[in-house]
Design a protein around this ligand. Structure first.
Ligand code: GLN
Length: 207
């Protein structure tokens, strides 16, 4: 295999949520960032990030922008994807505590619970070891009305669990094939390791 001759084109679904931070992180990780709002933009990317935001709103907007079926199709073909927080919810196969009409993308064999950490700890931060990404130097993980993974199928690698506190042991980062998801928001801390890991996944795919 020869090295790719161009930087990978990494899209950020730009319907809603913290799009700008992800675009900046993708650029810092050496990829070409592309905001994705239209079908032709989706067709142009090698991989896609689904940002944090609000999953039921994002679900509705995917329908409004005629992106739901095309995005499902690209994921079914094996396009690499990374979902953060609401993005993790969108990629899951099962969602607990959501609206009955919310649609999701079925790209990860996981059951997620929305807003799982409860009212007392809607937002919190912790230092997290993420398998294959942090290598002994934990990263600051910021959780904002985050989901956790309540069940994962056999093909799913668990990359991180909450180390302590009331949610100790809960799964908050997973990978299955070329699909990655975190409950937390690495785009807000300036730590680029999760984005670098994803950009490297996408680059490996286009080599
Ligand atoms: N609670 C949000 C949802 O259900 C996710 C929060 C986030 O992305 N920061 O979609």
């Amino acid at each position: 295999m020869s090295a790719a001759t161009r930087p990978p084109r990494v899209g950020v679904l730009a319907l809603q949520g913290d799009v700008r931070e992800h675009l900046a992180a993708v650029a810092a990780a050496g990829a070409t960032p592309i905001g994705v709002r239209r079908r032709d933009e989706l067709d142009a990317v090698d991989g896609l990030i689904i940002p944090g935001g609000e999953s039921t709103t994002m679900s509705r907007l995917l329908g409004v922008f005629d992106l739901y079926e095309p995005l499902r199709a690209r994921l079914a073909e094996g396009m690499p994807a990374y979902g953060s927080c609401a993005g993790m919810i969108m990629l899951a196969s099962d969602i607990l505590d959501t609206r009955p009409d919310a649609r999701h993308l079925d790209a990860l064999d996981i059951t997620v619970r929305r807003n799982a950490f409860g009212r007392q700890v809607e937002s919190f931060e912790t230092d997290l070891e993420v398998d294959g990404i942090t290598g002994g130097t934990p990263m600051r993980a910021v959780f904002i009305r985050a989901p956790w993974v309540e069940g994962a199928g056999e093909g799913v690698q668990v990359l991180a669990r909450v180390p302590d506190g009331p949610a100790q042991g809960r799964i908050v980062a997973v990978r299955q094939g070329d699909v990655l998801a975190t409950s937390f928001h690495p785009e807000v801390t300036g730590d680029r390791r999760v984005h670098q890991y994803f950009v490297d996944m996408v680059a490996a795919k286009i080599e």
